[in-house]
Design a binder for this molecule. Structure first.
Ligand code: C5P
Length: 238
């Protein structure tokens, strides 16, 4: 996962995904399949992406009782994905169960998918965390608390905002992965993302992987945009 640029395939169906990927014929990509695409196409979308040799982050953010998550993860691991996730709010028992499910479902000879936790959704504001979740400390403390819980539970990292990743690495070390959406190249529109950062900033923060959607999927030339963001992320000067 280290140093990956993950493209968020936020498309409604397989046809649009395959159409988009035509421009990337010679590139081996790391792609993210979210709820919309997975719920509309099912496991066949994973199969189609694997056939093209792309790495896959299946972003379904599981959050349920430990036994249910364990059984669901066993199924997800059988698809041969590279990365999956849960909500840290499900608790340490649920996160441990997720790992057990992944171990049980990983086909022999393959590595189990990495598993990361969502801490606080970046759409949650400080005021909301206080009034709706009764969080007494700051939102940052809550994010750190969840990240520590995820690490103690054996998870490989967290999904977080690029602005939180530095403090997470400072507290939990550079080996604990941070995966961050909300990445925007300098010249790009923000769309609905509020707290954004550039790929270069992400690199400076020691972030493990960045997730980029619309700056690539909605670009006039997606391949060109992808390569430009990748160079910025890897610190390549042209
Ligand atoms: O198009 P954009 O680059 O904003 O896409 C970001 C992707 O990351 C989307 O798939 C979005 O659902 C996801 N995401 C996010 N913020 C989070 C968690 C996931 O933007 N906190």
């Amino acid at each position: 996962m280290k140093d990956s640029l993950i493209i968020a395939l936020d498309f409604p169906n397989k046809g649009q995904v395959l159409n988009f990927l035509e421009a990337f014929e010679s590139e081996q990509l790391f792609v993210k399949v979210g709820m919309e695409l997975f719920y509309s196409e099912g496991p066949s979308i994973i199969e189609a992406l694997k056939k093209q040799n792309h790495k896959i982050f299946l972003d379904l953010k599981l959050h349920d009782i430990p036994n249910t998550v364990k059984r669901a993860m066993k199924v997800l691991a059988s698809f041969g994905c590279d990365l999956v996730n849960v909500h840290a709010a499900g608790g340490s028992e649920m996160m441990t169960a997720a790992l057990e499910g992944l171990d049980a479902g990983t086909p022999s000879g393959l590595k189990r998918p990495d598993c990361i936790a969502v801490t606080q959704l970046t759409s949650t504001s400080e005021a909301q965390a206080k009034s709706e979740q009764f969080i007494t400390g700051s939102l940052q403390e809550s994010v750190l608390n969840y990240a520590e819980l995820a690490k103690r539970s054996g998870l490989d990292g967290v999904v977080c905002s690029p602005l939180e990743a530095g403090m997470i690495h400072h507290r939990l070390g550079s080996e604990f992965h941070t995966v961050t959406p909300g990445i925007r190249p300098l010249e790009s529109e923000m769309q609905d993302q509020k707290r954004t950062a550039t790929p270069a900033f992400a690199r400076e923060q020691g972030i493990s992987a960045i997730v980029v959607g619309r700056p690539i999927t909605h670009a006039a030339n997606p391949l060109e945009s992808y390569l430009k963001i990748k160079n910025d992320w890897k610190g390549v000067r042209l």
